[in-house]
Design a protein around this ligand. Structure first.
Ligand code: MCN
Length: 793
């Protein structure tokens, strides 16, 4: 099966899913947060008396409680970033609009909401730092403990950059480019239900997307052992990366529970809070870019300066500062590159991983660069790409990443066919002659999300190898069905369907013989510290773990079958007979059911033969990245990642009067290796395309000079809906990965293909007017400003 219905959908569409807010009880207390209206302000005092007096209010927490009961979160960044004091709530200074400064705990959410309005906070407004490049000047330092706003930075250089510039025929300088802030708008915002039990155990039910990593942030600030923490997830209503930043809210609820008689405390985020204070994608500014090329348009070297805006607290950073390095040259055979990469804090919402995390920004930059160079040299966008594409696979990049497989020219050809390239080549000049503003753009994207196999070495070859992993447990249930538990936390990606499909195929039985238990639970022992759903890792790490666990389980089942049948194991085969899952002995035609095997081991235990006494029919398999396989390591170096790729082509037209932008045609070709489930992959490509089109044309977090978020409601943020989507001409190219058992590559992020494709198409449409598209987000008012020199209102 490579398509068909998803097994989780019936449950979800009938309202039988299990989300955090489905847990209802009169014992629950509810939190409403009081958030700073200022981007930067000293908290001089908080008067909680009036709020506390409201009937039904149990407690009002402030920064003073936080300071007394917790330590700052550990920081991922080295010093000076590591010196930042990041608590779950502002303790003395609020550093972004929407930062929690108090939490009202009440018996109902409504009472908490009303009482929150009665909390009086005395603020002393401070100068707000809004622009990351300005922030690096340290005129106003956000975190005195760090002493600087520059929280991380380094110069990354691979190849012979200066020599390549010296040998170049042509040098192109590119002015400031800017990748804007946007995020994801999952149907279900952040949600958590926490009980800090009297015995010291902390029970957390939440919808965090990367619980394995979050565990590292939860226990240390509370001064408890990770063994005291039970964290579990169930259904999650979308995440797209940003649900990683939930842990500060988990801590607020934990403190509230402890202070309110160990009662369970629930917090469900509201939409405005989500837009204002959850997590935004990294905003990046690209400065002083220079490109060295041959006359024919071969890119020899790039040097540039990049500044990341982390928002008020680095939290998940500096990962964004290194993950782009998985795709240093993009889809191109570029070998020489120097990037001075800095990260600064600003008085804006902290950033978090957002679909295509950090790589999307980098690929947008490269795609803008190649288009602007093509324009300068008079080489068409398709031709300059063809001249620079990686020619063969596996391809080792200058920093040692290995692109596993692909065929970028073929992918572009498919996209051209789908969009009807030759038609538009004739039609665009015809319409332009009639005065219309119309353009076509190409974008090639890499999704290396199934990554992290050697992330540490991407930027520092001497650091120890680390790698993403995932774990699966497989056991044979007493009814003969195989129960698979995996530590992924699906948010809409259809993991139950695909996991069942892969396990059933291996067992050679129908998928209804397989029960899938996704979700993270520290008590179920089905996790590693990398568990979760992020970085497009399921297809590789989770399915790799499931494949390994099923293989181990089948080995145990075979040994029991040998005992039960009294026949040798070499002719045993798995399958079904009359609707029953069995292991058959081919030569004798005798067979034993899965259920009989389970019964033998689990219930008739008194006389278990010695040969099978250690068999549990309950196995655990940890997927290990292939760099640990000595052969692969010898052959390809240390870093073996999967690199899905996409080619998008868009045709856009701009109405010269209203500056409205219409997408006339859109093609997306995806290569994620061997496709396991076509309908899921098609859905992912459509979802990622919608995400990117929304970001390119509609969705943007805009702050004013004082740090007020101007787009904190859906009517201002304008999330894309199906009504705004063009018809996607979709194609699939399969170049199986040699590094995965099934040839699949992670692909769920989509890498932001529409962002650079639409930038390129808009550039093409406006080039004759002398316009350069230097922003990843272009709205009609931006077009108006570009054409008429007015500021975006
Ligand atoms: N798949 C397949 N064949 C392949 C590759 C993948 O059938 N060759 C399937 C996989 O089995 C999985 C899906 O496609 O069911 C996506 O696989 P993968 O690329 O491994 O990504 P993950 O499942 O790990 O999902 C994470 C990815 C990320 S990082 C973001 S962000 C994102 C995305 O998934 N968030 C999403 N897609 C999302 N889709 C929904 N509906 N909601 C989100 O929050």
């Amino acid at each position: 099966m490579t398509g068909g219905k998803r097994r989780e959908d019936s449950r979800l569409v009938r309202g039988h899913g299990h989300f955090v807010d489905d847990d209802q009880s009169d014992r629950h207390l509810h939190v409403r947060l009081v958030r700073s209206p200022y981007a930067h302000a000293r908290v001089l005092g908080i008067d909680t008396a009036e709020a506390s007096a409201v009937e039904g209010v149990v407690r009002v927490l402030t920064g003073a409680d936080v300071l007394r009961m917790t330590q700052p979160f550990p920081q991922m960044a080295p010093e000076p970033g590591a010196l930042i004091q990041d608590y779950c709530m502002a303790v003395d200074v609020a550093r972004f609009q929407g930062e929690p400064v108090a939490a009202v705990v009440a018996v109902t959410p409504e009472i908490a909401e009303d009482a929150a309005e009665l909390v009086r906070v005395d603020y002393e407004p401070l100068d707000a730092v809004i622009d990351a490049v300005e922030s690096l000047k340290d005129l106003t330092v956000l975190h005195a403990a760090a002493g600087t706003n520059r929280v991380y930075g380094d110069v990354f250089e691979w190849g012979e950059v200066d020599a390549a510039f010296a040998a170049a025929d042509v040098k192109v300088s590119i002015d400031r480019l800017h990748f804007h802030r946007f995020s994801s708008t999952p149907l279900e915002p952040f949600a958590t239900l926490v009980t800090w039990n009297a015995d010291g155990g902390l029970d957390i039910f939440c919808n965090i997307s990367q619980p394995g990593v979050a565990m590292k942030f939860i226990a240390p600030p509370l001064g408890i052992s990770a063994e005291d923490v039970r964290l579990r997830t169930a259904d999650i209503g979308g995440g797209f990366g940003i649900k990683q930043n939930l842990y500060p809210y988990i801590l607020i609820c934990a403190l509230a529970s402890k202070l309110c008689g160990h009662r369970p405390v629930k917090w469900i985020e509201q939409r405005r809070e989500h837009l204002q204070g959850s997590a935004h994608g990294n905003e990046r500014t690209f400065l002083d870019t220079e490109v060295a090329l041959t006359r024919d348009g071969e890119i020899l070297a790039i040097r540039s300066r990049h500044v990341d805006d982390c928002g008020a607290y680095p939290r998940y950073e500096p990962l964004g500062c290194v993950i782009w390095a998985q795709v240093v040259p993009g889809p191109y055979r570029l070998r020489n590159i120097r990037i001075d990469m800095q990260q600064a804090v600003t008085n804006k919402c902290p950033v978090g991983p957002n679909r295509g995390f950090s790589r999307m920004q980098h690929i947008w930059f490269l795609e803008r660069v190649i288009d602007l160079c093509g324009h300068k040299l008079g080489i068409a966008a398709d031709v300059i790409r063809q001249r620079n594409y990686v020619p063969s696979f596996p391809w080792t990049t200058p920093n040692g990443c290995v692109y596993d497989s692909g065929d970028y020219p073929q992918m572009m050809q498919m996209a051209k066919d789908l969009v009807d390239w030759s038609h538009w080549q004739a039609e665009i000049p015809r319409r332009r002659r009639a005065g219309r503003l119309i353009g076509i753009g190409i974008g090639t994207t890499l999704d290396s999300g199934t990554n992290n196999f050697g992330q540490s070495r991407i930027v520092n070859p001497k650091s120890p190898l680390t790698g993403n992993s995932e774990v699966a447990n497989a056991r044979l249930g007493v009814d003969g069905r195989v129960v698979v538990a995996v530590g992924s936390v699906p948010q809409g990606q259809g993991h139950e369907t695909v996991a069942a499909q892969v396990a059933a195929e291996q067992l050679q039985v129908s998928s209804h013989f397989v029960i899938i238990q996704p979700g993270f639970d520290t008590q179920r022992n089905t996790h590693t510290s990398h568990s979760g759903t992020y970085a497009s890792q399921f297809a590789v790490t989770s399915l790799g773990a499931i494949h390994g666990a099923i293989g181990q389980l089948m080995g145990e089942m075979r040994r029991v079958a040998v005992q039960l049948l009294g026949l040798p194991g070499d002719e045993l085969s798995f399958g079904e007979r009359d609707g029953v899952a069995v292991i058959s002995h081919l030569a004798s035609d005798r067979f034993v059911s899965f259920a009989a095997i389970a019964m033998r081991v689990n219930t008739q235990t008194a006389d278990l033969p010695k040969e099978i006494e250690n068999i549990t029919l309950n196995v655990r398999h940890v997927y290990r990245p292939p760099f640990e396989v000595p052969d692969l390591q010898r052959k390809y170096g240390n870093l073996t990642l999967t690199y899905a790729a996409q080619c998008h082509i868009a045709v856009v037209e701009i109405d010269p009067d209203t500056c409205n932008i219409s997408i006339l045609a859109y093609a997306a070709v995806d290569d994620c290796g061997k496709v396991i489930n076509h309908s899921i992959v098609t859905g992912q490509v459509h979802g990622a395309a919608a995400h990117g089109i929304g970001a390119a044309l509609m969705e943007s977090f805009r702050y004013d000079e004082f740090g007020n978020l101007m787009t904190s409601t859906f009517s201002d943020y304008c999330p894309i809906t199906v009504m705004n989507m063009p018809r996607l001409a979709y194609g699939n190219l399969e170049s199986p990965s040699p590094f995965t058992f099934n040839g699949a590559k992670g692909m769920g992020e989509g890498g932001g293909g529409p962002l650079h494709t639409l930038s390129a198409a808009l550039q093409d449409a406006l080039a004759e007017r002398g316009v350069v598209i230097a922003e990843s987000h272009v709205s009609p008012s931006d077009v108006h400003a570009l054409l008429h020199g007015l500021q975006d209102g």
